[in-house]
Every structure is written in C-alpha cells, then in structure tokens.
Ligand binder design. Structure first.
Ligand SMILES: Cc1ncc(C[n+]2csc(CCOP(=O)(O)OP(=O)(O)O)c2C)c(N)n1
Length: 290
C-alpha cells in the first residue's frame, strides 16, 4: 500500500467547529496511515480522542510555539494514557512541531515516535515518558503544583487519562492532591469511551459514576460529548476562565467518546483497543475518513 503524508500544517488559533472537524479528520487519516505502516499499535483510543486533540493543539486551547517547542511559557500536556500516543503525534505533526513525514517512523527502532511516549527520544512537545497507566497524571499534577506554588508561573497543565485507567489507585491520589493544593491551573481530561483492552469498563471493573467521583474529589466537573466542538471548546473555555479567576479548583472534563470514531468497523468495539488495521482495512478507513 502506498502511504503518503501531506505536508499541510495548521496554525494554532481559535477556530470554527467546521475547521476543527476538518483538522480532526486529517488527524484520524494520519493515525490510520501510521498504524498500517507500523503494523502494530492502538487504533481505537486515538481515533476516539482526535477531536479533543484537534481543539487542544490547533484550536487555540493550549499555548505553544511550534518553532520553539521548548518555549518556557508553554502550557504542558501529559498523555497519561500513553498507549494513545498516535493521536498526540499526529496532532503535533499537524500543528507543525515536526515534519509530517516522520509519522511514518512510528514504532521503528530508535524512532522519536515510540509506541509509548519516551521523553529521552527528544521529540519536542513530549514532556515526560508515559504508558504505565496512572503515572502520567501524577507527574502532571506535580508539574501543576510546581508551576503554581513554587515558580508562580501562569502555565496550565493538561493531562488525558483513559476511563479504564481510572482503575489505577494512583489516579485518585493525584486527583486528591490537585484539589488539596488548589490547582486551578490543572485540567484533567477523561476519555470516557466505555471501552478498555478487554471489555466494557463497567464489566471489567466498574468506575462509575465518574462525574460524582470527580466532584467528590473537589473538581469543577464538566461532562461533554467529546465529538461536539461547541461542547469541547465550551469546557476548555470554562477551565481557562476558572484559572484566570483563581477559583482554587482543578477542572475535570469527562469527554464521552466512541472508541474508533470515524471508522465504521472499529466504532465502539473494544477489540480495536490495541490493533492496527491491515492494508485492506486501512484503505477502507481512508475511504470513510473524508
Ligand atoms: C500499569 C499498567 N497496567 C496495564 C497496562 C496495559 N494496558 C494498556 S492500555 C490498557 C487499557 C486501558 O483502558 P483505557 O484507559 O480505557 O484506554 P482505551 O482502551 O480507551 O484506549 C491496559 C490494561 C499498562 N499500560 N499500565
């Protein structure tokens, strides 16, 4: 199969829902191309979170400079659900952090695009290594603590966990700390696709009600349709407003998504948690993602 990556990139600014929809489709196409080339990796979670990543990186939500990714004033993003990194790589490439052609190196030996984010590989925008579920959010809360309490900067820290990841006890220690230390600069995004590696969340280990738990842990809690850009942008706006007002409360955005969103035979099917498409499946996916 002949796979080509376009070299179009998108600046980071406030955008219409239509523009974000088009960017998210490009991210989804890139995910399918990366995975068919790599012949391994996670399809379902990345496709489901593509709308959130389009908003974060190219909708003007996170402050970053693609030409100076180490700019000290940048907002930080930590992908706690490290296995979902194809969506972060695709979003960063579309935002101009590195050449899109490099997406073809996913999971190759010594690549900067490891199968789980590896900070030591030197890819700009990867703030920490992650993939051991439950640890990324703890690191992110630590970053938010040092930004707010020690360095007294105005950085915001965003971290995305899966919903299966909520079964890790350390997630809740991190949440407790974020509220205790009044981290209104911390935004926790929960990708609530109701699927995990081996089944439905409620059947494997029930973590519901997630909203009540987040509220009880002291978060400003916002439940959204994670494929609706008005709701996605509204939730991020609320987080930023709370941070600017200094409410002393962290924000949790529970984004209801569908695993495999955009590819009919993958949608809402946990069997696509950790598999790549084969060539024929990738061709069909790319036909659907237009
Ligand atoms: C500590 C730890 N235990 C187990 C795994 C293996 N693992 C990777 S992803 C995953 C399921 C996570 O489910 P969820 O967070 O809902 O992600 P999704 O299936 O939606 O991509 C598991 C068990 C891991 N990466 N880290």
């Amino acid at each position: 199969m002949n796979v080509e990556f376009s070299d179009i990139t998108f600046e980071n600014r406030r955008r219409t829902a239509q523009e974000l929809t088009e960017i998210a489709t490009e991210i989804r196409r890139d995910i399918m191309k990366m995975l068919v080339l790599a012949k391994s990796g996670h399809s379902g979670g990345p496709l489901g979170a593509s709308d959130i990543f389009a908003a974060l990186y190219m909708g003007g939500v996170m402050r970053h400079h693609k030409d100076n990714p180490h700019w000290s004033g940048r907002d930080r993003f930590v992908l706690s659900a490290g296995h979902m990194c194809p969506v972060q790589y695709a979003a960063m490439a579309n935002a101009g952090f590195f050449p899109k052609q490099e997406l073809s190196t996913l999971r190759q030996y010594n690549t900067r695009l490891q199968g789980h984010p590896g900070r030591d590989m030197g890819l700009p925008g990867i703030e920490t290594s992650s993939g051991s579920l439950g640890q990324g959010i703890s690191i992110a809360v630590g970053m938010a603590m040092s930004d707010k309490l020690l360095d007294k900067t105005d950085h915001r820290v965003f971290s995305l966990t899966g919903d299966g990841e909520l079964q890790e006890g350390s997630v809740w220690e991190a949440a407790m700390s974020a509220a205790h230390f009044g981290l209104d600069n911390f935004c926790w995004i929960i990708d609530n696709n109701d699927c995990q590696i081996d089944g439905r969340i409620r059947e494997v280990m029930n973590v519901y009600p997630i909203d009540k738990k987040c509220e009880a842990f002291g978060f400003e809690t916002i439940v959204i349709d994670g494929h609706n850009f008005e709701e996605i942008m509204g939730a991020f706006d609320k987080f930023i407003e709370n941070n600017q007002k200094g409410t002393g409360k962290p924000t949790a955005i529970i984004a209801k998504t569908y695993m495999g969103r955009g590819v009919s035979f993958m949608e809402d099917n946990f069997k696509w948690h950790g598999n790549p498409p084969n060539e024929q499946q990738a061709e069909q996916a790319l036909e659907e993602l237009v």
